[in-house]
Design a protein around this ligand. Structure first.
Ligand code: MN3
Length: 200
C-alpha cells in the first residue's frame, strides 16, 4: 500500500503574500512529492510496508537514514499543509486554555515558538506538541526529524509545525527567516490545530 502525495487543501496562490505560489508549487509538487516517492521505495518489501506513517516513525530505527529522512519529510509536510489556511479561524476554548496553562499567554507561546523556529540552525522544523496530560511543548528538530521519532528530545504529538528549510521561504524572503516566521502566524488554521489538540 503506497503512500500518496495529498492534494493541497487550498489553491497554491491563496496564501499570498505570506507564502508565494511558486514556492508552494515547488515545495508541494517537487519536494513533498520527492519525499513521498522515496518513502515508498524505502518501505517496499520491508515489514513497514503496511504500517501507518505514525507507526513507522514512532518505531523508527534512527540509523535508517532513507526512512528517517523521507518518512519524516512525508509526515511533516502533510501536517504543514493542513495547519495552514488562507481563511482566518479561531482556536477552541480547550486549546486556548492549554496554551495559557503551558506558556502563560498566547503572546509567550508565540515568542517561544518563534525563537524555536529562528534558532534552529540550518534546515529543520519548529513544533507545538501535545503531551498525554494535555500540556503543550514547543521544540525544534533538525532536517526532517519530528517529535514522533524515538530519542528526539521533545515529546508528544505534533499539532502545529513550521518548515524552516530555506526551500520553504527563500524565493520570497531570501535570508529573512524572521519575517517568514512572523507572517506564518497570519495563515495558521487554528480550527485544524484545535481539532488536532482535541483528537490526540
Ligand atoms: Mn519543506
Amino acid at each position: 500500500m503506497a503512500f500518496e502525495l495529498p492534494e493541497l487543501p487550498y489553491p497554491a496562490d491563496s496564501l499570498e503574500p505570506h507564502i508565494d505560489s511558486k514556492t508552494m508549487n515547488i515545495h508541494h509538487g517537487k519536494h513533498h512529492a520527492g519525499y513521498t516517492s522515496k518513502l515508498n521505495v524505502a518501505v517496499e518489501g520491508t515489514p513497514n510496508d503496511n504500517k501507518s506513517i505514525e507507526e513507522i516513525l514512532s518505531t523508527l530505527d534512527m540509523s535508517n537514514n532513507a526512512l528517517r529522512n523521507n518518512g519524516g519529510g512525508f509526515f511533516n509536510h502533510c501536517l504543514f499543509w493542513e495547519i495552514l489556511s488562507p481563511n482566518k479561524s479561531e482556536m477552541s476554548e480547550g486549546l486556548k486554555s492549554a496554551i495559557n496553562d503551558s506558556f502563560g499567554s498566547f503572546s509567550s507561546f508565540k515568542d517561544s515558538f518563534s525563537v524555536a523556529a529562528s534558532s534552529q540552525f540550518g534546515s529543520g522544523w519548529a513544533w507545538l506538541c501535545k503531551h498525554p496530560d494535555g500540556s503543550l511543548e514547543v521544540c525544534s528538530t533538525p532536517n526532517q526529524d519530528n517529535p514522533l521519532m524515538p530519542e528526539i528530545g521533545c515529546g508528544g504529538v505534533p499539532i502545529l509545525c513550521l518548515d524552516v528549510w530555506e526551500h520553504a521561504y527563500y524565493l520570497n524572503y531570501q535570508n529573512r527567516r524572521p519575517d517568514y516566521i512572523t507572517n506564518f502566524f497570519e495563515i495558521i488554521n487554528w480550527e485544524k490545530v484545535s481539532e488536532l489538540y482535541a483528537s490526540n
